[in-house]
Design a protein around this ligand. Structure first.
Ligand SMILES: *[C@@H]1O[C@H](CO)[C@@H](O)[C@H](O)[C@H]1NC(C)=O
Ligand SMILES: *[C@@H]1O[C@H](CO)[C@@H](O)[C@H](O)[C@H]1NC(C)=O
Ligand SMILES: *[C@@H]1O[C@H](CO)[C@@H](O)[C@H](O)[C@H]1NC(C)=O
Ligand SMILES: *[C@@H]1O[C@H](CO)[C@@H](O)[C@H](O)[C@H]1NC(C)=O
Length: 856
């Protein structure tokens, strides 16, 4: 895992979509072959094939690994049960029928082919042994670095005990010491020491915590499987898992059975995105079954599905939730919330966007400091409060791993060398203490937060791959002229409208949306009454209209002088109708009667995002609202770039093209400049530079070659506008302040970005959240497209910023507006916010020079 680079933006989503989109995902991961695979059937005289098909070594062969064996310092004896215990005791495997007994300390030592993550699996069953009472045995089991069991007693004669651990072996020699208590013996029936895939456990380097995060899930941490559950599905035995894991059923953890409905599909249809979750994370059987909401009827669906699992509150836990959308009929239909211990873990989990396809495996990890929550972990999935597509929620698999404590113990508070976790808080006990400090900082800093996302897991390791993805997204229409194209800086701010129910006959399957007669639209807009004009653009005017039962719509009427022909117009409609996403303004229909070119969109009651940031006297948005709006817009753009509609570059991302509906849900609008990706393999096509100054990607400007990273750049500017509440370009300001992107990045580099944040947010914005947000903006604004993140990565970082904000309501106000006045400082009030005026070509020229293109 050490080979992974530390990176801020994880290209998992993008790559997953890429492989799926290009059909290149067929190259399934090669089956995992463990480098080390020691299987010891202790006490056994013969070795037959086990139920899971694996061959274990006999006791005579196993004894070779006992360190005392060669020196005559052996304190052990082997026993075999004559016959399996009768039901109801039973045992799942013959390995439980024999044991090796240790009368003093004894160690098995394994020479590893390769250090790194290893499973340690221990099997116990107190077989009858002459001269020993194994039900009374009390002992500890200790590796080189970790205490696995402390004063353990496997005393129930009617039960077998299975313990599974994951440890990172740091040396090529792994020892396992059995240490009986005084006047007692130790025993074990079978031992497995098996290499585990490197990336099974999230590595620390990529975890996104602002403080101490690198140690959060460090290689020094050992894990014990507390629960591994195939939600909604059958028990999965080791034989059916590539890594010989067991998965139990969820029924006994499910809180209210009536809330849950089991669903399943054929495991064969579960897709594993290449480079992402593989069947190493979980077998397809896990993803092929799940639990969804039992009742989604209106009025009945206001509940969560909950699972409760008892845990030892003195440990932290890594929780992995497995998802696979096996219930949706189409993409972008399912959004739901995930909670852990009553805290929001994921708001609006959007599997379609994350995986780019249905029935595709996905998982996400969380850290829980259980002591904050009591002695159980509760996992819940439930509907989003807002109306978000289909109402449902889903969970397919759940793993809970106990994490070793500050002294490296997984059982009790004493470490290998006898030091106690209770005294280890001073940061002086090596790497375990470092991990503990990390955790404490994490959990301390986010007062009261029990759950945090560690990171997305399963991202591909080579970040550079995304370049090939980018080049795949080149513009189709080389000359870049289509009549929906609005000229730079003047694109229409239409606020359109469509309530997806209300009699509006929009159907995604119709392809072209609904056909309106000219007369219908005349009536809808009061004969295209000038008083109904809500926006003007290069294309023409936008009218507010009412159709059918009063549904408000935005009617965008093409200028008859426009050079675009009806045929092209229809091509455009086809493209626009393919775009259907909660965060894109929907095209409802069109009219091409009488050579008219009219588009009908859903009406966005709250108008452009920009109006809520500055320039209009609208009430200020809170930081949370701004974050949610940016997240929504990022989702929309991510869908354009990677979604079902093929790669589409928006080309004119800006705050006036992000519209807000009556619930302030953000929708990206005006794909007037959008370009569809060309067929695979098409050569790069240069295109006339379009877009709005202040938002324009300097690289695009220089090279006139368009990629989706140009949208990412523009979105970076949008983020800064949201943060600073000022226009992308303010020509009236002193020169160094004119260009928001440049100016803000200067402050960011100085580490003093908070000084230019919208004063309204002062004291109401969580600093960690702001920093995460600003980092995202900075990455977006990278000089070169290849260095910029994908929209999926940006989206993730914004969601993370939101979680940070929710986790910890700000306590320390930002520098108040009056404090530390700097000559460079402008406030929203002082600057007066001149609108960017890029209609004048001379101004354009000037601004283009200013707009960060010095590097040419
Ligand atoms: C596991 O141990 C190896 C060897 O000490 C180390 O290089 C690696 O970074 C560790 N893994 C993690 C995830 O820390
Ligand atoms: C497990 O594997 C067996 C044989 O390969 C198969 O018949 C069975 O359906 C599998 N399913 C589960 C859930 O264990
Ligand atoms: C959990 O949080 C508490 C309080 O913040 C802290 O004292 C404790 O060390 C944490 N436990 C772990 C295992 O990190
Ligand atoms: C689901 O659970 C969360 C956290 O426990 C709670 O805040 C939320 O209100 C619940 N939602 C519903 C619909 O009951």
């Amino acid at each position: 895992m050490g080979h992974r680079r530390r990176m801020e933006f994880l290209p998992f989503v993008l790559l997953a979509s890429f492989f799926l989109a290009t059909g290149d995902g067929a190259a399934a991961a090669a089956p995992f072959v463990p480098a080390d695979n020691f299987l010891l059937d202790c006490g056994a005289t013969t070795s037959g094939p086990m139920p899971d098909g694996r061959a274990f070594l006999t006791d005579a062969q196993s004894a070779a690994f006992l360190s005392g064996a060669s020196t005559g310092d052996d304190h052990s004896a082997s026993v075999s049960a004559a016959a399996p215990p009768p039901p109801p005791v039973g045992v799942p495997s013959p390995i439980y029928l024999s044991a090796r007994i240790f009368t003093g300390d004894a160690s098995y030592v394994f020479k590893l082919t390769r250090p790194g993550w290893h499973w340690i699996r221990l099997h116990f069953f107190p077989v009858k042994a002459t001269g020993f009472e194994l039900t009374r045995a009390v002992f500890s089991v200790i590796t080189d670095d970790h205490v696995l069991l402390h004063s353990f007693n496997a005393g129930d004669p009617t039960a077998w005990t299975f313990k599974e651990y994951l440890v990172n072996a740091t040396s090529p020699r792994l020892s396992l010491r059995f240490s009986p208590q005084r006047n007692s013996v130790a025993f074990v029936n079978a031992i497995e020491i098996v290499s585990a895939p490197d990336d099974l456990i999230p590595d620390s380097a990529a975890s996104l915590f602002p403080v101490g995060s690198a140690a959060a899930v460090g290689g020094g941490t050992a894990f014990q499987t507390a629960y591994r559950i195939n939600i909604g599905g059958p028990t999965i035995t080791p034989a059916n898992d590539t890594l010989f894991r067991s998965w139990e059923q969820d029924a006994r953890f499910l809180q209210s059975r009536s809330t849950a409905e089991r669903v399943n599909v054929s495991p064969a249809i579960v897709a594993f995105p290449s480079g992402a979750a593989t069947d190493l994370a979980a077998p397809n059987w896990v993803y092929a079954s799940g639990v969804k909401m039992a009742d989604t009827r209106v009025g009945r669906r206001n509940f969560n599905i909950s699972w409760q699992l008892d845990v030892d509150p003195s440990f932290a836990y890594l929780i992995r939730l497995h998802f696979c959308d096996i219930i949706s009929k189409s993409l972008n239909d399912l959004y739901f919330n995930v909670y852990v211990n009553q805290r929001m873990a994921v708001s609006g989990l959007d599997l379609s966007t994350l995986t780019g396809a249905l029935a595709t495996a996905y998982y996400r990890d969380f850290l829980v400091n259980a002591s904050l929550a009591g002695d159980r972990i509760t996992v819940q999935v439930g509907p989003m409060a807002e109306d978000a597509g289909k109402v449902d929620a889903l969970l397919n698999g759940l793993e809970i791993l106990k994490m070793s404590n500050s002294v490296g113990s997984l059982d009790g508070e004493f470490g290998v060398s006898g030091d106690s976790a209770a005294d280890a808080g001073n940061g002086d006990s090596g790497r375990h203490a470092a991990a503990a400090v990390g955790l404490t900082l994490m959990f301390g800093a986010f007062a009261g937060l029990g759950v945090m996302v560690v990171k997305w897991y399963g991202r591909p390791q080579d970040w550079e791959k995304r370049n090939s993805f980018s080049s795949w997204l080149l513009p189709l229409h080389g000359g870049g002229h289509s009549s929906f194209m609005t000229s730079k800086g003047s694109s229409a701010s239409f606020f359109g409208s469509h309530r997806s129910g209300g009699g509006v006959g929009f159907s995604s399957t119709m392809g072209l949306g609904r056909y309106f007669s000219f007369q219908e639209l005349q009536e809808a807009t009061g004969e295209f009454d000038r008083a109904a004009v809500i926006g003007v653009g290069g294309f023409g005017e936008v009218f507010l209209g009412q159709i059918d039962d009063g549904t408000k719509v935005a009617v965008k009427r093409g200028n008859p002088q426009s050079e675009q022909g009806i045929a092209e117009f229809q091509t455009e409609i086809q493209m626009l109708s393919k775009l259907r996403h909660r965060h894109l303004v929907s095209l409802i229909g069109y009219c091409d009667e009488n050579s008219e070119m009219i588009l009908v969109y859903e009406y966005m009651a709250n108008g452009p995002f920009r109006d809520h940031l500055y320039g209009k006297e609208l009430p200020s948005l809170t930081w949370r609202q701004r974050l949610e709006i940016c997240i929504g817009a990022a989702r929309g753009l991510h869908y354009l770039h990677t979604g079902a509609a093929q790669g589409i570059i928006h080309r004119d991302v800006k705050t006036t093209n992000i519209l807000l509906d009556e619930g302030l849900v953000a929708k990206v609008s005006d794909f007037g400049l959008s370009k569809e990706g060309p067929a695979m393999g098409a050569a790069a096509v240069s295109t006339a530079v379009k877009g709005s100054f202040g938002y324009l990607d300097p690289e695009y400007f220089r090279r006139q070659q368009l990629t989706d990273t140009s949208d990412v750049y523009s979105f970076g500017v949008v983020l800064l506008e949201a943060l600073c509440a000022r226009p992308a370009l303010s020509p009236a300001l002193p020169r160094e302040q004119v260009n928001l992107a440049e100016w803000a990045m200067q402050w960011k580099k100085k580490g003093r970005l908070e000084e230019i944040v919208d004063p309204v947010l002062a004291g109401a914005i969580n600093l960690e959240s702001m920093n995460k947000f600003a980092e995202a903006a900075e990455k977006c604004l990278a000089e070169h497209g290849v260095d910029r993140p994908s929209m999926g990565d940006v989206l993730w970082n914004l969601e993370y910023a939101l979680q940070l904000h929710d986790a910890s309501p700000p306590e320390v106000p930002l520098a108040p507006a009056a404090a530390s006045p700097s000559p460079e400082r402008t406030t929203a009030a002082a600057a007066g916010h001149p609108e960017d005026n890029s209609a004048n070509p001379a101004v354009d020229e000037l601004l283009a020079q200013i707009a960060g293109m010095k590097g040419r």
